[in-house]
Design a protein around this ligand. Structure first.
Ligand code: ZN
Length: 216
């Protein structure tokens, strides 16, 4: 198993620059804890960002560093993750402060058929949320668009949508242009760490009725 789905480069650049809001930064940090390839990519970005910020008049950044970054992004070697780094039941370090009892101690709230959520208290600013989403094995999340940036990290199980199969360690990095309908793979509930910055928009009458229940 290797991590197949990575954050957008613009998201990693914002993380590197320290401009991502708390929930998004937590999702990225947790992903990076599970992804040596992601950490390698971030090192390249940090190097370029540091050079750009430096006052060195002739900082050698442009062609060479950008080539290395783009080469790294397209280099399959850096996305290979040893199976033991992905683990199966551990809570990655950046998430442990929010889940002191692990996933087993989470108090889930029913939010729709086959779907439960749990808000994580990160010091809410009213604009963005950090939460866990649990989709029962084989169940589907209502088709929805996004009122803003949605960053999803799979912690357990897997889901499939029109972008492919997302398993532990994978990131789905969606903006407001994306509509999709994730379906949890059979065998195990799919648990995701999600950062959202606006209300999701569900399609269809049933889902509009359910939307207030989802509290999104
Ligand atoms: Zn979505």
């Amino acid at each position: 198993m290797t991590i197949q789905h990575h954050p957008d480069i613009t998201t990693l650049m914002a993380f590197s620059a320290g401009t991502l809001e708390g929930p998004y930064a937590t999702v990225i940090a947790t992903h990076l804890a599970m992804s040596p390839g992601g950490r390698e990519t971030l090192r390249h970005i940090d190097t370029i960002g540091g050079a750009l910020l430096s006052a060195e008049p002739r900082a050698e950044i442009s062609v060479g560093a950008l080539d290395r970054l783009m080469g790294a992004l397209g280099d399959e070697r850096i996305v290979v993750t040893p199976p033991d780094e992905r683990g199966t039941d551990s809570v990655p370090l950046p998430l442990q402060q929010y889940l002191p009892g692990g996933l087993d101690a989470v108090r889930w709230q029913w939010t729709g058929p086959g779907v439960a959520t749990a808000d994580l208290d990160w010091g809410d600013d009213g604009k963005s949320r950090l939460m866990l989403l649990r989709v029962g094995a084989g169940r589907r999340v209502p088709e929805h668009g996004h009122g803003g940036h949605e960053l999803t990290l799979i912690l357990q199980g897997a889901y499939k949508d029109r972008f492919g199969v997302f398993a532990r360690g994978d990131i789905a990095d969606h903006d407001e242009d994306v509509e999709h309908q994730p379906i949890a793979e059979p065998g195990e509930d799919c648990i995701c760490l999600v950062a959202v910055d606006a209300k999701l928009t569900f399609r269809g009458r049933l889902m509009r009725t359910l939307q207030p229940l989802f509290g999104m």
